[in-house]
Design a protein around this ligand. Structure first.
Ligand SMILES: *Cc1c(COP(=O)(O)O)cnc(C)c1O
Length: 346
């Protein structure tokens, strides 16, 4: 096929910042080694983009949610370093784990029995220490099926690590009970926010996700974690607006004076939700380009007054400081990051 013309959207990944974030989280993990959660296509940034950087920085444990994510991950890192969090639902999942060499994370007696029936071997085990999401109930820990497992990483997941609440200590205490009862080569409890809870939470491996990619789930990461993703969008048309003209759907912005505006090729279909567009601005070399009117599916309109040199085909910067975007929109930092549209990654 003929080559595609150049895109009008792009996602610049600051590989140095990503590597620096992993190193910072690894250091904050103390004696434990930081792994990396790369589910949801590397939290929306493209697993193929983030994996080589994380592996080069030193990450050796990678966590995905779905089996469908495995091929995209083992194209970049050894399968023995990959854990699949959702666990084996059936014989086909077990066979896929064996064929590829990735480890299933077992989340129940049933999954443990299924894995053993399919031949057993190295696996990970998730215990539910109180999040009531996936994981083996604490009551099931003494079950003979669990005793027979060859557990590489025994893990649990914190529900409220981004808050100072008693639940953190409660989950830590339960996880300690689990580690005392279940032999495993390595133990893992902390996600990004959990790393900031201190050495007690670190065990052998930590599992940061959001903070690798620029998220700041606790204040301890402020000034440490760097912005990784920098989306940019091109101006596809420049227009002159007369006083009284409305802009965009429902004419929710109406010009008071003559304006020069740019139509930019980015909208909610690219993850730039209307909730993020309110009272906000794109940027160009430090100049603010206020958004005018509603974000529509594929476009926004910006005021070009502060950057008269910009014209059709020029790129503008889409704001993507995760804490700031979350605070403005009411979305979580996870939502801002993972809804980054697929068109940006191409
Ligand atoms: C997503 C996930 C992580 C990473 O969590 P962050 O809050 O993004 O750091 C770690 N462990 C498990 C089990 C997860 O599902």
């Amino acid at each position: 096929m003929t080559d595609l013309p150049p895109p009008s959207l792009r996602l610049d990944l600051d590989a140095e910042a990503l590597a620096a974030n992993w190193r910072a989280l690894d250091k904050m993990s103390g004696a434990a080694r930081a792994g990396a959660a790369v589910k949801a296509d590397g939290y929306g940034l493209g697993a193929a983009n983030v994996l080589p950087v994380l592996a080069r920085a030193g990450a050796r444990d990678f966590f995905v949610a779905h089996w469908s994510e495995v091929p995209g991950v083992i194209a970049h890192v050894p399968p023995a370093q990959v854990s699949v969090l959702h666990g084996p639902r059936n014989e086909a999942d077990c066979a896929f784990a064996r064929a590829t060499g990735v480890r299933p994370v077992l989340n129940s007696i049933e999954q443990a029995a299924r894995w053993q029936a399919s031949g057993g071997g190295a696996c990970d085990l998730m215990v539910d220490s109180g999040i009531n999401r996936l994981g083996l109930p604490m009551e099931a820990i003494g079950d003979p099926v669990i005793d027979g497992l060859e557990v590489e990483i025994l893990m649990s997941h914190l529900a409220s690590a981004d808050e100072d609440v008693p639940q953190n200590a409660e989950q830590l205490a339960r996880f300690r009970q689990a580690t005392a009862a279940i032999p495993a080569r390595r133990r893992s409890l902390a996600n990004s926010a959990g790393i900031a809870l201190g050495g007690d939470f670190a065990f052998d491996v930590t599992r940061p996700g959001i903070a690798l990619y620029g998220g700041v789930p606790r204040s301890a990461f402020e000034g440490v974690i760097r912005q990784v993703a920098r989306p940019r969008a091109a101006i596809v048309q420049v227009r002159r607006i007369a006083p009284g003209d409305g802009i965009g759907y429902n004419a929710s912005f109406r010009a008071r004076e003559a304006m020069r505006v740019g139509v930019v090729s980015l909208g909610y279909a690219d993850g730039f939700l209307r909730a993020r567009g309110r009272d906000h601005a794109f940027r160009h070399e430090g100049a603010a380009l206020p958004l005018l009117g509603k974000v529509s599916m594929d476009m926004v309109v910006v005021d070009l007054a502060a950057a008269p040199e910009l014209g059709e085909g020029d790129w503008v910067e889409v704001p993507f400081d995760l804490p700031d975007e979350a605070a403005r929109s009411g979305l979580s930092q996870y939502e801002v990051l993972t809804t980054t549209g697929v068109r940006l990654r191409r």
